[in-house]
Design a protein around this ligand. Structure first.
Ligand SMILES: Cc1cc2nc3c(=O)[nH]c(=O)nc-3n(C[C@H](O)[C@H](O)[C@H](O)COP(=O)(O)OP(=O)(O)OC[C@H]3O[C@@H](n4cnc5c(N)ncnc54)[C@H](O)[C@@H]3O)c2cc1C
Length: 308
C-alpha cells in the first residue's frame, strides 16, 4: 500500500492532522531535511494507537519527533511515518502547594523552555539548568538533555510511555538507565507524560541561575543560525569542541554548512545547507581526529533517513 493510501486510511480518523510528503526541514532546528512520507500530528493517545495500528499493518517504518532540535534528516527525507505529539500532550500542571508531593506533571509535547519559565514564575526550582535547551520534554527525556553536570533524568519521578508491543507503561525514574545523553527509553517507546520533582525556591536565586546559564549560552553558542546543538558527544574527560578547534576546523565550510567560529562542536546552516554538506563535515572531522589522536568522535545528533 502506498503512503497516500495509508494517508487516506488515517485522514478523518484522528483528532490530529495527517500530511503526505511533508518537508522535514520545517520541523528541524537545522532547517534541513527532505520529505517524510507521512507526518502525523497525534492529538490524543487514541490517535497514537490508531496511527500505529495502521502504519504497522502496512509495514511502514515510524518514528516520533519533538522539535527536531537534535536531528539531521537526510535530503531524501524519511520513507515512513513521523509522529509528532499534539494538543493533549502539551499540557502541564504545578502541584497544589497544600500537598506534600512537589511534582510538575507535564505532557511530552510541552516545550521545555516553557516549563522552565513557568516553574520560575510559580517559584519552583529544580531545572534552571534546562533554560535555553530547545525542544520538547519528550525529546529531552529521550536524550537525557542537560548541561555538563546536570541532566533531566535526575529530577524524573516517573515517565509514562506507550509502545505498540506493551501498550501503556509507567517507569519509576530510578528504573531507567540514565547516562550521558542516554535514558534507556527504547526506540519503540513514545514518551507521553512525566512527573518532574521540583522544589519551592527563592525567585531571585532561580532568576540568577537562569540568567547566568543563558548568558553563558549566548556567549559561547551560535544561536542566530540554524543548528542542532552539539554535533559530537564529549569524549570522557575532554571536550569535542576543544579537539575540533585544535585541528583548525572553525569556519570550515562545505556547501551551505559551516563549523561555527564561536563553538567548534556546532555546525551551522548558513542558508541553504544540504544534509550531505553536514555529513561531509562530520566525516572530515572524524577522519582527522582519528588520524591525529587515534580517537573516534561519536555523534550526539541523531540521523534520520540515512542508509544504515
Ligand atoms: C542551539 C541548541 C542548543 C542545544 N543545547 C543543548 C544542551 O545544552 N543540552 C542538551 O542536552 N541538548 C542540547 N541541544 C540538543 C537538543 O535541544 C536536545 O537534545 C533536545 O532535548 C531535543 O528535544 P527535541 O524535542 O527537539 O527532540 P528531537 O530532536 O525531535 O528528537 C530527539 C530524539 O528524541 C526522540 N523523541 C522525541 N520526542 C520523543 C517522545 N515523545 N518519546 C520518545 N522519543 C522521543 C526522537 O525520536 C529522537 O530520537 C541543543 C540544540 C540546539 C539547536
Amino acid at each position: 500500500m502506498s503512503a497516500f493510501d495509508i494517508y487516506c486510511q488515517l485522514d478523518g480518523m484522528l483528532s490530529g492532522s495527517v500530511f503526505c510528503d511533508e518537508p522535514m526541514a520545517r520541523y528541524t532546528s537545522f532547517r534541513i531535511g527532505g520529505p517524510a512520507a507521512l507526518f502525523i500530528e497525534c492529538a490524543t493517545v487514541s490517535d497514537i494507537t490508531r496511527t500505529l495500528e495502521v502504519v504497522r499493518q502496512n509495514d511502514m517504518p515510524w518514528m516520533v519527533v519533538g522539535k527536531g532540535s537534535n536531528l539531521l534528516v537526510s535530503d531524501d527525507g524519511f520513507n515512513g511515518a513521523v509522529i509528532s505529539l499534539g494538543s493533549e500532550f502539551k499540557k502541564f500542571a504545578f502541584p497544589d502547594r497544600e500537598q506534600d508531593e512537589n511534582l510538575l506533571v507535564a505532557g511530552a509535547g510541552a516545550i521545555l523552555s516553557n516549563l522552565v519559565q513557568a516553574a520560575f514564575k510559580n517559584g519552583y526550582s529544580g531545572f534552571e539548568f534546562a533554560v535555553g535547551i530547545p525542544g520538547t520534554l519528550g525529546g529531552a527525556l529521550f536524550m537525557n538533555a542537560g548541561s555538563a553536570n546536570e541532566w533531566i533524568g535526575s529530577i524524573v519521578d516517573w515517565v509514562t510511555v506507550f509502545s505498540p508491543e506493551s501498550g501503556l507503561k509507567r517507569y519509576r525514574g530510578e528504573e531507567l538507565d540514565w547516562g550521558y545523553r542516554h535514558s534507556g527509553i527504547r526506540h519503540d517507546e513514545i514518551v507521553l507524560e512525566c512527573g518532574l520533582r521540583i522544589t519551592p525556591g527563592h525567585t531571585g536565586q532561580i532568576r540568577a541561575r537562569m540568567e547566568a546559564s543563558l548568558k553563558r549560552r549566548r556567549k559561547t553558542q551560535p544561536l542566530t543560525l540554524p543548528s542542532a546543538g552539539s554535533v559530537f558527544r564529549n569524549p570522557e574527560g575532554d571536550s569535542a569542541g576543544r579537539i575540533i578547534e585544535e585541528l583548525g576546523f572553525k569556519g570550515y565550510k562545505v556547501g551551505g554548512a559551516e563549523v561555527s567560529s564561536l563553538h567548534a562542536n556546532f555546525i551551522v546552516n548558513t542558508g541553504n545547507a544540504k544534509a550531505w554538506d553536514v555529513v561531509e563535515i562530520i566525516t572530515q572531522i572524524r577522519k582527522r581526529v582519528k588520524e591525529e589522536y587515534d580517537r573516534e568522535l561519536q555523534p550526539e545528533i541523531r540521523f534520520v533517513g540515512f542508509p544504515l
